[in-house]
Write a protein that binds this ligand. Sequence first.
Ligand SMILES: [Zn+2]
Length: 208
Amino acid sequence: MIGAGGLGATLLPSLAAAGIGSITIVDGDRVEQSNLGRQNIFRERDIGRQKALVAKEFLHDLNPHISVTAVERAFNAGDAGLVAAADIVCEGSDSLANKFLVNDLALRANRPAFIAALGKDQGHAMFIHQSDSACYRCVFDEIDASVLPTCAGEGILSTFPAVVSASVAHALVSHLLTPLDAGTLWVFEKNHCRNIQIKKRKGCDRHP
Ligand SMILES: [Zn+2]
């Protein structure tokens, strides 16, 4: 799980409770007061502590029978080994660059990945797997993240991240039982969600 913020903090308990036996959490941020309204695994007493570590402790209390590893730093291009070592990768950090990076590393290592993003009024999640189906770059162009509004600047309704992360958790656990179609994109708007099957884009150069 890359990111233990709005998406990760609400997704992780579902995975641990479902008995997913080995979870690695990568996040370099610390808990802030403003997180507490929507990242419900964190408490007042956790303010200032590393999110990855607090998340690990929470999951261990929830399910002591699983193994949880905290990586207390930001995900980066040197983390190809972490991606290759995972059975499934989830990207839910606040870094746009990470979403494209996870896309590329997961395709290269042939690992399934859920890549999710949130804005004030819209969120999305995409499931990618294998180079013969659509990837994140088949849908989105990598742009300079500094031109985009941020949740910190725009605000976000506190309940919205959990809507997206519950759907990702459900899709992920379902995938363990019956493999999902790669190239599925879920789009969340104020009061509804739709899912779209994306075709591989001609000219996308990330498919080996
Ligand atoms: Zn592509």
